[in-house]
Ligand binder design. Structure first.
Ligand SMILES: Cc1ncc(COP(=O)(O)O)c(C=O)c1O
Length: 319
């Protein structure tokens, strides 16, 4: 047992890696899925890693000074994570967020001392579905507020420190799996998680295959033509090139539906006790699909991105 900690940021990381043996028994696929339980971080998502990593890298580079505000535009989890790290480290935090996101996240950011600026969705967008156009409107407001307040722009969509902050998690996954990981898949949002794991895992073993996970009807990296965004998987599936993603690291593409992801979240909760959000269900579905194809019998790593509690205002767990 480690001794007490003196700042909550010290509780970020070192998450368990759960081999999904009960799910395997239930579904009967060949091989093993190892789930990195990132929802066990202090604000219940993997984004705690980048909140701490990117803020500390900015401090080291002299880009963030004591007392300077931090500003971010976010689909939600990054907002709550940065709010927590700012609270623990004593920085004011301004969060610009689309009205398309769930209400829990906004309330949580406010509870953590953050100031929330809500931005109307683009014409034609639906509540609960944050589109590329919605994100562009949020970016416009964020740019204006950075200029007005002199805040440090956290900028997860454009800052390579995002992916660098996930590399330690990939190293943990490798060690915890006893060096057995042969494939990895991740649902692409900013692409920071995918790139961090892909870079770190391929450095350890260049033969590891890394797959991009995308929503059905929105498989941009796979090369599909997308008439319009129509999925409910929060945190990604933006149907455009992400600045911090290098396609060279993508060995394949896996498409999953919203229904498949939701059903997997419900099953994971029932058989493994893992209470997760839609993108985590998407990752598990993707791994199983690939293990029924080219990765049969292999050891597959995925991330459980956030906690089901963040989806209580959606119908994810209305069963
Ligand atoms: C729940 C959830 N899943 C997946 C993602 C995508 O992760 P990344 O931005 O690292 O690609 C995010 C990002 O916001 C998220 O909040």
């Amino acid at each position: 047992m480690e001794k007490f900690i003196t700042c909550l940021t010290q509780a970020i990381g070192k998450t368990p890696l759960l081999r999904l043996d009960k799910l395997k028994e239930h579904l009967g696929y060949e091989g093993h899925i190892y789930a990195k339980l990132e929802y066990l971080n202090p604000t219940s998502s993997k984004k705690d890693r980048i909140a701490l990593g990117m803020i500390e890298m900015a401090e080291q580079k002299g880009l963030l000074k004591p007392g300077q505000p931090v500003l971010e535009m976010t689909s939600g989890n990054t907002g709550t994570a940065v709010a927590m790290v700012c609270s623990a480290k004593g920085y004011p935090f301004i969060c610009v967020i689309s009205k398309g996101n769930s209400v829990e996240r906004v309330r949580m950011i406010k509870a953590l001392g953050g100031q929330v600026v809500l931005v109307d969705q683009a014409q034609g967008s639906q509540k609960g579905q944050v589109s590329g156009n919605d994100m562009e409107l949020v970016a416009e407001v964020a740019d204006r507020l950075v200029a007005e307040t002199g805040a440090f722009y956290f900028n997860q969509f454009h800052n390579q420190d995002n992916s660098a902050s996930h590399e330690p998690a990939a190293l943990e996954m490798w060690v915890q799996s006893l060096g057995q990981i042969q494939a990895f898949a991740d649902f692409i949002g900013t692409g920071g998680t995918f790139m961090g794991y892909a870079r770190a895992l391929k450095r350890l073993n260049p033969a590891i295959r890394c797959y991009a996970v995308e929503p059905h009807g929105c498989a941009h990296y796979k090369g599909e033509v997308i008439p319009g965004i129509s999925h409910t998987i929060q945190g990604g599936g933006y149907a455009k090139d992400m600045e911090i993603v290098d396609r060279e690291y993508m060995d394949g593409f896996i498409t999953v539906t919203c229904d498949e992801s939701a059903e997997m979240c419900q099953l994971l909760a029932k058989v493994e006790g893992v209470f997760s959000g839609l993108s985590s269900g998407a990752n598990v579905v993707a791994a199983i699909k690939q293990m029924k194809d080219t990765e049969r019998g292999n050891h597959f790593g995925i991330v459980i991105n956030d906690c089901g509690l963040k989806y209580m205002s959606t119908d994810l767990f209305c069963m």
